[in-house]
Write a protein that binds this ligand. Structure first.
Ligand code: ADP
Ligand code: MG
Length: 584
């Protein structure tokens, strides 16, 4: 796939080209706040009407578990890279037992006939039951004991009409199976079970975000938001039914209370009026199978970050009049659409970071076995301490220094060591010949990965901040100046009642200081899942940086981000349990 964003820098220096890219991919704090405001608007538009970009899907789950739930359930998880079948045993003491098997979903299945895809799902459950016959008696609540209750985690936009039914709105994440959109996904699956005469009944339909929220609530005793940062990105949170006007005549509206809402935030700003698009984002979008959809997701999630980075690299490989990267050479990995996986970026960033600490510790141990005397690592302070060090605020590669033997000779040993490790990762993961990758190339690729991933993590913070604001748990930090730094962790937030929400102001509310303090110290549980947040170096740290700049350090500090372990399986089980309880 050819790049359409190659740089021509006839009237610029190579350094200017790098500066340009750096500028385009860097987000200012003021933009984060502006995006959060737009996000809140879309949340409320989606709660008000059906058919909006951000679908704000009511899940018909009306509360979150507390860890005391029990039972055995099957769970099927379709939503991205893998298909999983599991058996979940809820022990009722915040713990669970889970047996699972993963199955591959081929591109052919993803894009073929829906019935073929759903037959494959049924076959996978059948295969699982053959290899993992149920150990414990199935849910005591099941009315027909020889039918196994199953919860389906289906991580695509669905307009849910009840706990056990919902219409597929659109495919995302590389799926496009025919004759599925507009149909009830539970019925599609149940029909496949019935065609095979299997004794399995799909009783609940659950989005993976809802699953993450429920499972985190089950294991930790409380949670307000479940968020996914994996192949795609999305979040579900606990909303007041009174704030979901579109439920209007649904019996659920009359009951009041709370309901879990699946935001489908991947579609935030599909109108493209606010998000900071670059040519790299536009080429990715145009060549994706769902152009103009999932605008927000395409900035953030694992499926796309590698591809954005690939376009940045290609623009430099193809730069004219002279290539600026890899001597103009492109490998198959770099040439092919989706060729560069986001995990390569993780590896590049890890290569920069790790082992330095170990090496440093080793040297300190050798010199000072008791480790008492603070000392610097040889080479940590280079011949010129003001020279480019590639860390934190100095990661933009310095073309002059990295392009000449004299420049390179001035770099500290530490920096050279890091660059060499990155270089090795590029040789192996991008499949270059050793001689084709220079230390300058290493510095450029690592910088590009960092920019793309940092932008993703900051935007992820926008989504989390918007939910904190929507649920009255935070206010905007006042007076955001465009020059305020993202790196001031100790700024005291002054909160105001944003979005009609009353927010206690701990700074001015002197009379009830203790009560206010208590409220301010209460933890805000957020359950997360997905390879990106689990494995990408510093993803959570950067997301928190974003939260601080939008809602302030006091609120950010209280946000407890925890892994929703096996969220889709346990969440589906918890939903199936709720469905059985609701059965007339
Ligand atoms: P899913 O979202 O399908 O349930 P995951 O949460 O495992 O699955 O996310 C898969 C996505 O995460 C893929 O797009 C992949 O590129 C990306 N990924 C896998 N490993 C890593 C890693 N170590 N660091 C960052 N991203 C990763
Ligand atoms: Mg997942």
């Amino acid at each position: 796939m050819a790049s359409t964003s190659a740089y021509s820098y006839l009237h610029k220096s190579p350094q200017d080209v790098l500066n340009d890219i750096d500028f385009q991919l860097t987000l200012e704090p003021a933009l984060l706040t502006k995006l959060t405001k737009a996000f809140l608007e879309e949340i409320n538009v989606g709660l008000g009407r059906y058919g909006e970009d951000m679908a704000m899907v009511p899940s018909f789950v009306t509360g979150v578990p507390d860890g005391s739930e029990t039972g055995t359930f099957l769970a099927l998880d379709l939503g991205g890279t893998n298909l999983r079948v599991c058996e979940v045993v809820l022990n009722g003491d915040k713990t669970f037992r889970l047996r699972q098997q993963k199955y591959k979903v081929s591109d052919q299945l993803k894009t073929g006939e829906a019935t073929v895809l759903f037959d494959y799902l049924a076959d996978s459950v059948d295969a699982f039951l053959t290899t993992h016959p149920p150990e414990s008696p199935l849910s005591p609540d099941a009315e027909v004991p020889d039918v196994l209750p199953l919860g389906l985690t289906f991580s695509f936009p669905v307009e849910q009409t009840a706990l056990g039914s919902g219409t597929i709105l659109t495919w995302t994440k590389g799926f496009s199976a025919k004759n599925a959109i507009g149909n009830d996904v539970v019925k599609l699956l149940q029909d496949a079970f019935d065609r095979k005469h299997m004794h399995v009944k799909c009783v609940a339909l659950v989005n993976d975000t809802v699953g993450a929220l429920l499972s985190r609530a089950y294991t930790s005793g409380g949670c307000i938001l479940g968020a996914i940062f994996g192949t795609g990105t999305n979040g579900a949170y606990l909303e007041e039914v009174a704030k979901i006007p579109k439920l209007a005549n649904n019996p659920a509206a009359a009951k009041g209370g709370y309901m879990v809402v699946n935001t489908e935030w991947g579609a935030f700003n599909n109108k493209r009026t606010q998000l900071p698009f670059t040519p790299f984002d536009s080429v990715l979008d145009r060549t994706s199978i769902n152009p103009r959809f999932q605008a927000f997701e395409k900035f953030i999630s694992g499926m796309y970050l590698g591809e954005i980075t690939r376009h940045v690299l290609l623009s430099l490989i193809d730069a004219a009049p002279r290539p600026m990267l890899f001597g103009g050479k492109a490998t198959k990995v770099v040439n092919e659409q989706w060729g560069l996986d986001t995990s390569v970026m993780s590896e590049v960033e890890e290569a920069w970071e790790t082992r330095v600490v170990e090496e440093k510790e080793k040297v300190i141990k050798e010199v000072d076995p008791n480790g008492t005397e603070p000392r610097s690592f040889p080479g940590e302070i280079g011949e010129n301490p003001n020279l480019w060090d590639g860390d934190d605020h100095d990661i933009l590669p310095r073309w002059d220094i990295l392009s000449t033997p004299e420049g390179l000779a001035q770099l500290s040993l530490k920096v050279k060591g890091k660059l060499e490790r990155v270089r090795k990762v590029l040789v192996s993961r991008l499949e270059y010949a050793d001689g084709d990758v220079s230390l300058r190339d290493a510095a450029i690729v690592r910088w590009a990965c960092h920019l793309v991933a940092r932008r993703a993590a900051l935007l992820s913070g926008v989504a989390v901040a918007a939910i904190l604001l929507q649920t009255g748990r935070a206010g905007f930090v006042q007076d955001v100046h465009s020059d305020s730094s993202l790196n001031t962790p100790n700024d005291v937030p002054k909160v105001n009642g944003a979005n009609g929400i009353h927010v206690t102001d701990s700074v001015t509310n002197g009379t009830s200081k203790n009560a206010a303090k208590e409220e301010f110290e209460e933890k805000i549980g957020v359950g997360v899942d997905g390879s990106l947040i689990q494995f990408y170096p510093h993803f959570e740290r950067t997301m928190r940086e974003s939260l601080r700049s939008i809602v302030g350090a006091d609120v950010e500090r209280r946000v407890e981000i925890g892994l929703a372990k096996d969220g889709s399986g346990v969440g589906a089980a918890l939903c199936a349990l709720q469905a059985l309880k609701q059965e007339p």
